[in-house]
Design a protein around this ligand. Structure first.
Ligand SMILES: Cc1ncc(C[n+]2csc(CCOP(=O)(O)OP(=O)(O)O)c2C)c(N)n1
Ligand SMILES: CC(=O)[C@@H](O)[C@H](O)COP(=O)(O)O
Ligand SMILES: [Mg+2]
Length: 601
């Protein structure tokens, strides 16, 4: 049997013409390619190893891009990219200017949805199918590929409700590997488990919701999967094709990874499946240690995760307090409002999410937690620029969003000592609080010169009068202090202060502003509506005329890249902060490029 080289498959048409008996060899080549490229770059290895045969079948049955194939969350779209002409670009996977780790329309006509937030694919499919119907495009199909984890998200159920019985020809391919990171939880997971095992024959949940149902299909058997997909295509009705797959399939180190089947990996040695160990502890691991220690003497503390127990650092807490940890599935809205219930019931819940995923639950924060003034603490990991996961993963909106929530207090620790202190203060607060920290290793302790009404003065220059007050949020204390040193060399009198609790604005900060010629605020979040905006408003309201230049992330969708490079491009490195101060004080006329519209592509 000849083996067509993977490099020959430059588009789905070549794939369609491949003899069926060559598919297994092709799948093997794709697996080898995935392991080699993803171990070298980092990325989502397990999810993509699990959809090799499924994606081959999808592109042999459907006619992409005329038929639209929508990948939910998009982290499992590497095989799709390999089969749609982008093999050569995998050496630049998740590198600035290189191949994105999620679908991206600028890369290919075969890519449609770029949002990496889970559970949206069925809504996209419903909308596209309605558009096709209204435009008379009856020969086109919309295929939504959704994981069992993403199916636990509320938006997915809103969409099932709209699609069921609608007559719209949407093919829902349920990629059921039984896991998000951990095994998927809840009643749906139980039902899918019963369907997979054949213990729930006859009418099932999907039938009841108004779908035709094909399955369970072995999602690693291309022939069986193709047959089911061809049948689904011809049904011309909303249909669920239940494909059973295995996350990490075909790579022993992923198959044996009990934690999450190598869901997302860093750079690894493919032979051993291991990467560089050691280095400074992450913010995540430090948080996990502190919350577990606090809970020893606070029986009212409970923790919630939205299917990301280990990624948010709660696995240690879960082992120690198995009755006080709640994994709600990929269901951030449920996490927040059920936390409101836990708080109303007399406990102090700690809701642990990635900052970007809080976006999805802002109404619940506002109208369930804050309206009822409940003691809920939000711990927002991956806050600020995250880097390789691209625009829908940068956690840059939480500060601006939470700043609008009455009664909400928001803190951002600058170092591990402050993390412990601020977390303790947060869980002691009788109202809603939030703590945010980045996707990074935690730096060394940054000692305060003195504390002033709850804020830390980190630096007071030798020169007088006082020229520049730099207000730094969280870890940006480090570049702020470096910028102060540069400005001192210019002979300017500089003060650096870390408010610790960023929002609402500490009135003493306004008084400090009044004593300087310029305030520069520095935050790892959108500069419109965050710390800087709030301080400028507070100064205005108090009649303090000191100009406030707020440095932050522009209100734009920033592509993937290295966190440090993106921060610098946003003007959040020491040189740029110093340059902003000089420009505002009139010593150098040219603003930092990031301040110009549209500079960040
Ligand atoms: C709203 C939201 N919350 C959390 C995440 C983080 N996340 C990325 S993939 C994933 C698990 C997805 O599981 P599943 O849908 O079953 O896909 P699989 O990885 O198993 O293929 C999670 C929780 C996300 N992308 N979006
Ligand atoms: C796809 C998704 O949302 C997660 O897998 C995310 O990529 C994890 O990001 P970290 O790698 O920062 O944990
Ligand atoms: Mg899954």
């Amino acid at each position: 049997m000849t083996t067509t080289p993977l490099t020959h498959i430059v588009d789905p048409h070549r794939l369609k013409s491949l003899p069926a008996n060559e598919i297994p060899a092709l799948a093997g080549q794709i697996r080898h390619f995935l392991v080699e490229k993803v171990c070298r770059a980092g990325g989502h290895l397990g999810p993509n190893l699990g959809v090799v045969e499924l994606t081959i079948a999808l592109h042999r049955v459907f006619d992409s891009p005329r038929d639209r194939i929508i990948f939910d969350t998009g982290h499992q779209s590497y095989v799709h990219k390999i089969l749609t002409g982008r093999q050569q670009e995998f050496d630049s996977l998740r590198v600035a200017g290189g191949l994105a780790g999620y679908p991206q329309r600028a890369e290919s006509e075969h890519d449609h949805v770029e949002n990496s937030h889970a559970s949206t694919s069925l809504a996209w499919a419903d909308g596209l199918a309605k558009a096709q119907q209204l435009r008379g495009e009856t020969d086109r199909r919309v295929v939504a590929v959704i994981g069992d984890g993403a199916l636990t998200g509320g938006l997915a159920w809103e969409s099932l409700n709209n699609l069921g019985g609608s007559g719209r020809p949407v093919i829902v391919v349920l990629n059921d590997n039984g896991r998000s990171y951990d095994p998927t939880i809840g009643g749906l997971a139980e039902h899918l488990g019963a369907l997979r095992s054949g213990a729930a024959s006859g009418r099932n949940l999907f039938h009841t919701m108004g779908f035709l149902y094909l399955g369970p299909i072995d999602g690693h058997d291309v022939r069986a999967t193709e047959t089911a997909l061809r049948h689904a295509r011809e049904l011309n009705q909303p249909v669920v094709v239940h494909c059973v797959t295995e996350k990490g399939r075909g790579y022993t180190h992923a198959e044996n990874d009990e934690a999450d089947r190598m869901h997302g990996i860093g750079v690894l040695n493919p032979a051993t499946g291991t990467g560089k160990a050691g280095g400074a502890p992450s913010w995540t691991s430090l948080f996990g240690r502190h919350i577990t220690e606090l809970a020893e003497t606070r029986p009212d503390l409970v923790a919630l995760t939205a299917a990301m127990l280990r990624p948010v650092g709660l696995h240690r807490f879960a082992q120690r307090f198995p009755d006080r940890i709640f994994d709600v599935g990929i269901a951030e809205q449920h996490a927040v409002t059920s936390a409101a219930g836990l708080a109303m019931g007399g406990l102090h819940p700690v809701v642990c999410l990635y900052a970007t995923f809080l976006n999805r639950a802002i109404d619940q924060v506002l109208m369930d937690v804050a309206l009822h003034q409940l003691p809920v603490t939000f711990v927002l990991d991956r806050a600020g620029i995250t880097g390789p996961d691209g625009p829908s993963h940068h956690g840059v909106w939480d500060l601006a969003l939470l700043g609008q929530v009455p009664g909400m207090r928001v803190a951002s620790p600058r170092d591990p000592v402050e993390l412990a202190a601020l977390l303790a203060e947060a869980v002691d607060d009788p109202g809603p609080t939030a703590l945010r920290f980045p996707k990074a290793a935690a730096g060394p302790a940054i000692k305060a010169r003195n504390r002033m009404d709850g804020m830390d003065v980190l630096y007071r220059g030798e020169h007088t009068p006082l020229d520049v007050l730099i207000v730094s949020a969280g870890v940006l204390a480090e570049p702020a202090l470096q910028a102060a040193a540069l400005l001192e060399q210019d002979g300017l009198g500089v003060t650096v202060v870390d408010p610790r609790w960023l929002l609402p604005i500490n009135p003493t900060l306004v008084h400090l502003a009044a004593r300087h010629r310029l305030v520069v605020t520095v935050e790892d979040g959108v500069r419109t509506g965050g710390l800087g905006t709030a301080l400028a408003q507070a100064c205005g309201a108090a009649g303090v005329r000191t100009p406030v230049d707020n440095l932050g992330v522009p209100p734009a969708f920033l592509d993937h890249g290295a966190r440090g490079d993106i921060l610098a491009a946003c003007g959040l490195d020491a040189e740029s902060i110093a340059e902003a101060a000089r420009a505002n004080l009139g010593s150098t006329p040219v603003p930092h490029p990031s301040r110009l519209e549209g500079v960040l592509q």
